[in-house]
Each structure stands twice: as structure tokens, then as C-alpha cells.
Design a protein around this ligand. Structure first.
Ligand SMILES: Cc1cc2nc3c(=O)[nH]c(=O)nc-3n(C[C@H](O)[C@H](O)[C@H](O)COP(=O)(O)OP(=O)(O)OC[C@H]3O[C@@H](n4cnc5c(N)ncnc54)[C@H](O)[C@@H]3O)c2cc1C
Length: 394
């Protein structure tokens, strides 16, 4: 028989319980919406209670900072790294510093089947795998246990992930460690791995090929959330628009997020990580900003003394400017509370259980406004032509 640990509606799938269980009788299983959820095999459980003690939902972490965070706009000096990153490439600067010190960096990467998993990176050659945002919940696996072992060997570790994952790591460790640095991010929420894999299957059928990579933050049209690029094993590369980019429609419109994301406690300026990574949307709106934004600008919040040291070291690889919290908040709703739950979110995941991806997308993941309807019926070549004309005019 199997049972769960925290209330289903609030479970973030952070996997702290999975990592702590001494009997290894907790599995992370896919639930009906395709999200990862812990499940206890009561057959082998001796009721030690460790899982309940480390659960950040049952024992909310107190992480109020002494002072407001320092705010920076940053961009990587290496334009190639900046282009490959979701925002301005700040993460790579901090990660590079840790690797130079002989440390280990943990972050989210695609595996060979395009499943997003947290993994350890030991060299700068492998850092590229962690770069850019994969907007789906990652599998944590046994990362927290691995980190504990590395800290016991006095190794430096940088862990980056969503705030609930960073909180879970601290809950698992039970205490801070001077060799551990953490980067959280301003998080919009996570769609389910099940939905993402259905979407990839749809793309493979639609384009008659095997996907080898996908980038939902490609910068071919500049810095934003408007370009997904899919790469196929035969060398083809496709820029996905309209219904082919419907997965991002569900993400941006908060339709496909985990239930717990709509009551996320990490959406304020009280941050759980030493450094917070984000996009500096709207930079220049309130106070002039005189640098090129096309390849992305990172918003960095420095939240702790350890964060200050890491920022000082990583900043050698960055161009940066000190900015204000007011500017950071200007276009960042994720500093002021969780996303609102759309009324049709329940119907969306009800249909997810029943429908093929193509049907699900047709029913829920289309822009039903006038612009969206025109886009649906207009031939693709016309859309490209009009987009090119608009870019030319700017
Ligand atoms: C699910 C999700 C939602 C986000 N929501 C927002 C938002 O609402 N507003 C905002 O300003 N920024 C958001 N971000 C952060 C933003 O997209 C960039 O990741 C961040 O600005 C860092 O960019 P970078 O250029 O410094 O480095 P990059 O190289 O782009 O950063 C990559 C980092 O992101 C981590 N990462 C990638 N995918 C995942 C994942 N699935 N789960 C956990 N970690 C992951 C990697 O481990 C790596 O540390 C979100 C990121 C994710 C993953």
C-alpha cells in the first residue's frame, strides 16, 4: 500500500522526503496531471518520521532577510555565453567561479531523452548543459544526498533551482554550510513533465523526426519569451510559432502550472537563496539604461553575505550596474505574490488526462483574441513576412 506525505494541493514535488528516507521506501511517481509526487511504500516504512520532519510544506522555512536585497542589472562579457543563456548569462559567471575553485555546480539539464533532471557539473565544458531555462519541473533525483556528501568532503557547491528546490535542500541539510552557495530564481511556476513529454511527442509526429534538443528561450528574435527552437536528429532546426509553440502559451498564461505554484510562499523580496536570478524586464522604463538589451539583461538580487562574496567574484565575468528595488519590481510580479489560478486550469488538466496533445492544444492553448484568431488562420509564410517587416521598421 502507498500513501503521501504532505497535502496534495500544496506538494511542490521538491523531493526532500525522497532524499532523506533511510529505508529508501519513498518513490517519486508521476501523478494524474503528470507532476512528480512522493509516494511511501508502507510495506517497508518503519514510521521513522524523517520525511515529515524535512518537508518544507509541513515545516515552512523561516528565511526573512536582515536587509533588503542589493539589486543589479548584469550581462555576461562573453556574448556567446550571454546568447546561450535565458537572460544576461549571470548564472554562468557565478557557476564558472565555483568550478575554478574546484567546486561542483548543480542545475537543471536535458538528459538524452529530453527529460529535465538536476545534475552535477564538474567542469566548464559541461556548464553549457545547464544554461537556459527549461520551463518544466525538473527531476531532483538524489542531488541533495550528493550535495551532503560533497560538503562532508569540504568541497564547494553551488546549487541552482526554483526557490522550492532551494528551500528543500536547506530543509534536507538541516543547517547552512559555509561551502554551500545557492541561487534561486524568480519563478513563474512549473508545468508538468508529463505535459512537456506529450508536447515533444506531438512535435516529433508533426515534423516527422527525432528531437535532440529544444530551446524555449532562443534569442533569434531577441530577448523575450517569443522564440522556441526545436532541433532534430537529421540536422533540421525549426523555429516554432502559433500552435507549434502552444506549450509556452500554457506556461505564460499560467494554465499548466502545478497547483502549489498558485500559493507559492517564495514570491516576495524575502529570498531563500544567496543570490536570485531573473530577467530584468522593463529595465530602462523608470531610469534610463544605456546599454544594448537585445541579448538579454539579468536581474540579480544579492540576498546574503555569502551572496555578496559570490557576486564580487562572479562579477569579474560580468558587466553590471547597481539598480533599485523599485525598478526590479516594476515589471516583476513574481516579487509581489504568486500567479492567479485561471478558472479553466482544472478543465485543462482534466482534458490532459483524456486527450491527445493536439486536441488539448486546440481546445485550451490558443489565443482566442482577434490577433490570435488571425494568426491561426493566416498562412505561416505571411506571419514570417509581417514579423520581418515589423522588425525592419524598428
Ligand atoms: C520554471 C522557471 C520559471 C521562471 N520564471 C521566471 C519569472 O517569472 N521571471 C523571471 O524574471 N525569471 C524567471 N525564471 C528565471 C529565468 O528564466 C532565468 O533562468 C534566469 O534569469 C537565469 O538566467 P541566466 O541568463 O542568468 O542564466 P541561464 O544560464 O539561463 O540559467 C540557467 C539556470 O536555470 C536553471 N534552470 C533551468 N531550467 C530549470 C528548471 N526547470 N528547474 C530549475 N532550474 C532550472 C539551471 O539550473 C541554471 O542554473 C524562471 C526560470 C525557471 C526555470
Amino acid at each position: 500500500m502507498a500513501t503521501t506525505i504532505c497535502p496534495e494541493e500544496q506538494c511542490t514535488g521538491c523531493a526532500a522526503c525522497f532524499n532523506i528516507c533511510p529505508q529508501e521506501c519513498i518513490c517519486m511517481v508521476s501523478d494524474a496531471e503528470g507532476f512528480l509526487r512522493p509516494e511511501i511504500d508502507t510495506g517497508c516504512c518503519d514510521d521513522c518520521g524523517f520525511c515529515k520532519r524535512v518537508c518544507p510544506v509541513l515545516n515552512p522555512l523561516i528565511f526573512n532577510q536582515a536587509a533588503a536585497p542589493e539589486v543589479y542589472a548584469c550581462w555576461n562579457r562573453d556574448e556567446k555565453i550571454r546568447f546561450q543563456s535565458a537572460s544576461g548569462g549571470a548564472f554562468s559567471a557565478f557557476a564558472g567561479h565555483i568550478l575554478d575553485q574546484g567546486g561542483v555546480v548543480f542545475g537543471a539539464a536535458f538528459d538524452n531523452n529530453l527529460v529535465v533532471r538536476h545534475r552535477a557539473v564538474h567542469s566548464s565544458e559541461d556548464l553549457g548543459k545547464l544554461r537556459s531555462s527549461k520551463y518544466v519541473q525538473s527531476h531532483i533525483g538524489h542531488c541533495y544526498k550528493e550535495i551532503l556528501n560533497l560538503l562532508r568532503q569540504n568541497r564547494k557547491v553551488l546549487f541552482s533551482g526554483t526557490p522550492c528546490q532551494v528551500a528543500a535542500l536547506y530543509a534536507f541539510l538541516g543547517q547552512d554550510n559555509e561551502n554551500l552557495m545557492t541561487c534561486d530564481m524568480l519563478c513563474h511556476g512549473v508545468p508538468s513533465p508529463g505535459l512537456f513529454s506529450k508536447y515533444l511527442e506531438y512535435l516529433e509526429k508533426r515534423f516527422h523526426g527525432k528531437l535532440v534538443d529544444i530551446n524555449v528561450r532562443h534569442k533569434c528574435k531577441g530577448w523575450g519569451l517569443n522564440s522556441t527552437v526545436a532541433y532534430f536528429s537529421d540536422g533540421r532546426k525549426r523555429v516554432l510559432t502559433g500552435s507549434d509553440n502552444s506549450y509556452m502559451y500554457g506556461f505564460i498564461n499560467c494554465l499548466s502550472l502545478r497547483t502549489a505554484c498558485y500559493r507559492c510562499p517564495y514570491t516576495s523580496v524575502d529570498r531563500v537563496g544567496d543570490i536570485t536570478l531573473a530577467d530584468f524586464w522593463g529595465i530602462g522604463d523608470l531610469v534610463p539604461f544605456r546599454h544594448d538589451k537585445r541579448n538579454g539583461i539579468s536581474l540579480i538580487l544579492v540576498n546574503s553575505e555569502k551572496g555578496r562574496c559570490l557576486f564580487a567574484e562572479g562579477a569579474r565575468q560580468l558587466c553590471f550596474e547597481k539598480r533599485t528595488l523599485e525598478e526590479a519590481r516594476h515589471k516583476q510580479s513574481k516579487l509581489s505574490g504568486p500567479p492567479a489560478k485561471p478558472k479553466n486550469r482544472r478543465y485543462f488538466y482534466d482534458d490532459y488526462k483524456e486527450l491527445e496533445y493536439v486536441e488539448l492544444a486546440k481546445k485550451h492553448l490558443v489565443d482566442k483574441g482577434l490577433k490570435g484568431v488571425i494568426k491561426q488562420v493566416m498562412p505561416r509564410s505571411w506571419i514570417f513576412y509581417l514579423q520581418k517587416m515589423r522588425r525592419g521598421k524598428r
